[in-house]
Every structure is written in C-alpha cells, then in structure tokens.
Design a protein around this ligand. Structure first.
Ligand code: COA
Length: 311
C-alpha cells in the first residue's frame, strides 16, 4: 500500500478589510441583508493571485519542514490568473524556487478539490513526483463589479495551500472522490475576458445545494462510511445558507463544519484551503480523522472528496 499525506499547510489574506458597513456607505444594501442572506460580515481585498499563492505556498512548505526545491509538482487552482500566458503557477514556481512540473487548473470554485484529487493521483501513479504543493489562490475582486450590489458583497481575495508527500508505507489519502460538471448551466455564472462576473444568484443557490448534496452523499457512500463518521466538513465558503442546507440534508453535526466565510467572503479556489488551514491550526484535526471536502462553482462544476488526515 502507498499513498500521500498532507504534511504542511498555509494561507494568505490581503491586509485590507472591507466590512459590510463599507458597502452600506456606497451601495443600496445593509449589513443586516448581507448577514441574513449570506453569513458574510467582512472580506479581504488586495494582492495578486501569484503574490497570495506565493505567501500561502511558502508557509505550507515551511510547515512541512521542506525547502521549495523539494517540491517537484505544483498545482495551482485559480479562476483569476495574473496573465493570459504563462500560467500563474510559472510565476509561483519561479519565485518560490520549486523543482519539477507546474500547471494551473481552472474548475472555478470547485477547483481546489479538483486540484487536490489530481495531485494525489499524480503522486500515487508513481510517474516521477514525490512532493506536491497544491495551492488555491484567487483575486475575485479583479472580476467583480463593485457597483453591482448583488455580487459585490459576495466575492473576495485569498489563498491557501497544502503540501502532499508520497510515502511508500502510507495509507491512501483520498478514500473517495467525485468530480463533475454540467455545462448546460454555464449561463448562470460566467465572466467574459475583461468583464465582470454575471450571476443568476437564486438559480446558482438552488443548483449548488442540489449538486453538492448529491456529490457529497456519493463520496460518503463510496468511502463506505456513515455521515456521522466525518470528523470535519470543509465546504466551499460561498453562502452560510448553502452550507446549512448541506449539513442538514447530509446529517453532519453542525459543529463539525468549518466556517470562515463570515471573515473572508467567497474566495473561490482559496475558500476550501483557507477553511482547512484554519481548522488545522486550531487543532481541530487528529491523526486518522475523516475529512469531507465539497465545492461547486461556475460551469457548473462540483467536486467532493473524503480524505483521511494523517501526517
Ligand atoms: C446572491 C444571493 C445572496 C441573493 O440572495 P437571495 O435570497 O437569493 O435574493 P434574491 O436574488 O432573490 O434577491 C432578493 C432581492 O434582494 C436584492 N438584493 C440583491 N443583492 C442585494 C444586496 N447586496 N443588498 C440588498 N438587496 C439586495 C435583489 O435585487 C432582490 O430584490 P427584488 O426582489 O426587488 O428584485 C443568493 O442567491 C446566493 O448566495 N446565491 C448563490 C451565489 C453563489 O454562491 N455564487 C458563487 C458560486 S461559486
């Protein structure tokens, strides 16, 4: 048996805090509306996708007790690359001083789970990679129309990262995964080059609950476990009401869900690793714990995985 382990983690948030009161002063909205409909109280805005990715990636490498040159695979999940060409992972790879391969992956807000499953599969396939840095970094503020109250209050910036190390004697990291897409739902959430995010909020909400509940239930069944065996639930941080609906329908105890969106807003690829890093730093994870990840995003994409936490 061989598999990979999460041996390091780190995150990065811009310094600038934008509160609901800041929006109240500029738009026809209120703190009460935003909190009630989304759960978001404040968010961080600033930086570039590469600068946040570098900060989070460097912290994860340090935490793993490694040097950047020990990393031979870098997978960067992002929807907001710095440049059209080359991939933002090239900038991150060069500035951190990693070795080996690097590429970007875009599966919108489900991207981090896609990236984690992809990197783990590449390590366990034994095709020349031993240590992967898996980063989720997004600067959604760069594609958000701050005059549009229906999207401005939701989206923000950040990055989170983990280091995966392959070990010959390790048990598998990913016990079950489900990656999917329904391209017929593309029109409900998209952004043209040079434009801003366009979203049919109510429809995204309705579909998100349905696809993530189905996807999470599928991986729980595939892993052969019961929902109450999940020690930590790390959902995409888009809307508190979506997370509440998932918890209720899946039968996961509420206190096992990690919530950071009240302070971060929706940071797309960064949302799941930001939540994971906060939980790991707070000591909410023990050896052998089962962790459920579940995300959804534009496309419409979705991705869930059951992971066994071992260092
Ligand atoms: C966007 C979202 C918060 C809106 O909440 P909702 O309860 O669905 O609200 P609705 O879209 O039905 O809008 C209700 C009213 O609030 C208004 N509204 C929208 N944004 C507002 C804001 N920031 N402040 C005050 N009112 C607002 C709407 O204009 C609408 O007014 P109307 O009834 O006069 O037309 C919610 O639909 C949502 O979170 N959807 C999912 C979005 C998401 O997760 N996207 C990212 C995917 S990765």
């Amino acid at each position: 048996m061989s598999g990979s382990s999460i041996t390091g983690w780190g995150s990065a948030l811009p310094e600038k805090v934008v509160t609901n009161a800041d929006f109240e002063a500029r738009l026809d909205t209120s703190d009460a509306w935003i909190v009630e409909r989304t759960g978001i109280r404040e968010r961080r805005i600033g930086g570039t996708t590469s600068s946040l990715a570098i900060e989070a990636g460097a912290a994860a490498i340090t935490r793993a007790g490694l040097s950047p040159s020990d990393i031979d695979l870098l997978v960067l999940s992002t929807t907001t690359p710095d440049k059209a060409v080359p991939a933002t992972s090239a900038t991150v790879h060069a500035q951190l001083g990693c070795s080996g391969a690097a590429f970007d992956l875009n599966a919108a807000c489900a991207g981090y789970v896609y990236a984690l499953v992809t990197a783990d599969a590449m390590l366990t396939a034994r095709i020349g990679f031993d240590r992967a840095l898996v980063i989720g970094s997004d600067t959604l503020s760069s594609i958000t129309d701050f005059e549009d109250r229906s999207t401005a209050v939701l989206f923000a910036d950040g990055a989170g990262a983990v280091v995966l190390e392959h070990r010959q004697d390790s048990e598998p990291l990913v016990l079950a995964s489900d990656l999917g897409l329904d391209g017929s739902l593309l029109p409900i959430l998209y952004c043209e080059h040079g434009g801003y995010l366009k979203m049919e909020g109510r429809e995204v909400f309705r579909r998100a609950v349905r696809v993530t509940v189905d996807s999470a239930a599928k991986v729980i069944a595939q892993a052969g476990i019961a929902a109450d065996e999940i020690a930590l639930f790390v959902p995409h941080q888009a809307n508190q009401r979506i997370i509440d609906a998932m918890i209720q329908r899946l039968g996961i105890p509420r206190e096992r869900a990690v919530i950071v969106l009240d302070r971060t807003g929706n940071t797309s690829s960064a949302s799941i690793p930001l939540a994971l890093v906060e939980a790991a730093d707070a000591g909410r994870l023990s050896e052998g714990d089962l962790v459920l990840f579940s995300g959804f995003g534009a496309g419409m994409t979705w991705a869930s995985a059951v992971v066994r936490w071992h260092q």
